[in-house]
Design a protein around this ligand. Structure first.
Ligand SMILES: [Zn+2]
Length: 370
């Protein structure tokens, strides 16, 4: 009898182990990324060189691997489009596995912290994926029970989601479950191979805070962001600005840009204002998630010590551009626009150049740290 029980337990263990291997290898594959290391890698429509090239990848781009065939990787180009890259271009591509376990053995990048992304799981069979967040919305697909979906955003009582074959639609929140999944953040080896998103606060109809003399915050945030971008690009860093001119960009859109690019860092530039004029002075560094942001916030803030205004230190800040940001991100308030002494600095090209220089130095240190 004991022998029979032992054999049964052994069999059960073996079965469990097989399931675990299947599950873990699947997850590993799902979270793979490629990093383009040479210019001009072609992406084809189908896993066949004879098919049309749908994109040419630039050096430094990160793309999610969404499929594999013999000799081919399928990568996501944007929300709706994917394409295929020959795996013999693998010399040009470093495959980053986004799995923590794997990253520990990899020398391609370092896991600096983990960060929660949200997964939506269907509770019941015949869950409808709809074109609109309403029960009358056109049915795009009928999903089985326990289907995993990627959360794009919340829309009232609905979730905008993406299926693993890249179909985008809405599911009702009352028939699904939200689950947080830990995704490690990899730091590239140096600043030159990083993707940095710079966010000039406000813009267009949103002027931001106003100085005592009627000058707008938005005018100066873009000056600092552009100058920082210029200095970074000189080092070979890929920089994306959330706006490059005086136009309105929603608060929701800004962190989305960083998330979609898998940016290695995000910095939002602002200038403070106090209730009363000439009430306050100095600059502050804000973070939202300690785990992924604090080391970044500390390094940048330390470098800002050289600036001629008082350093008010690092603080927690519940700002949407940080809250919705899955990447290491900070918000810098670089002086009080409605304080005469601070505004004198903000207006001067010299002060703005000092900010940009110190931010770049801080970024350099951040990526050099392990
Ligand atoms: Zn602001």
């Amino acid at each position: 009898m004991a022998k029979l029980v032992n054999r049964f337990i052994a069999l059960l263990c073996l079965f469990g182990a097989i399931i675990l291997i299947i599950m873990s290898s699947r997850r590993l594959f799902e979270q793979q990324q490629v990093l383009v290391q040479t210019p001009a890698v072609l992406v084809h429509q189908q896993p066949d060189l004879a098919t049309k090239a749908v994109a040419k990848l630039k050096k430094g781009m990160h793309l999610d691997v969404v499929g594999r065939r013999t000799h081919w990787y399928q990568v996501r180009l944007n929300r709706r489009q994917s394409g295929w890259i020959r795996s013999d271009q693998i010399n040009a591509l470093a495959v980053r596995r986004m799995q923590q376990q794997d990253a520990r053995h990899s020398n391609k990048g370092t896991v600096v912290s983990t960060n929660k992304t949200i997964e939506i799981i269907t509770d019941q069979a015949n869950t409808k994926l709809r074109a609109k967040p309403a029960t009358k919305g056109k049915i795009l697909a009928v999903l089985p029970k326990n289907k995993k979906l990627g959360l794009i955003k919340r829309s009232g009582n609905w979730y905008k989601v993406r299926t693993n074959d890249n179909q985008v639609g809405y599911v009702a929140s009352w028939i699904v479950t939200e689950q947080a999944k830990l995704v490690p953040i990899h730091k590239p080896a140096n600043l030159a191979s990083a993707i940095i998103v710079l966010d000039p606060g406000h813009g267009g109809s949103d002027s931001g805070a106003i100085s005592g003399t009627g000058q707008f915050e938005k005018t100066y945030t873009i000056k600092v962001a552009k100058l920082t971008a210029q200095k970074l690009r000189r080092l070979g860093t890929k920089v994306v600005l959330t706006r490059t001119n005086d136009r309105f960009v929603s608060l929701a859109k800004r962190p989305q840009i960083a998330n979609q690019l898998n940016a290695d860092a995000f910095i939002s530039f602002h200038f403070d204002s106090s209730g009363e004029q000439n009430d306050a002075s100095g600059f502050t560094t804000y973070y939202y998630r300690r785990q992924k942001d604090i080391a970044f916030a500390k390094t940048i803030n330390r470098n800002l010590n050289r600036l001629p205004l008082p350093n008010k230190g690092i603080r927690y800040g519940n700002f949407q551009v940080l809250r919705d940001n899955q990447r290491p991100s900070i918000l810098l308030e670089m002086g009080y626009i409605n304080t005469t002494k601070d505004f004198k600095r903000i207006k001067s090209a010299k002060y703005r150049d000092q900010i940009a220089t110190q931010v770049v130095k801080g970024l350099q240190q951040y990526f050099d740290q392990n």
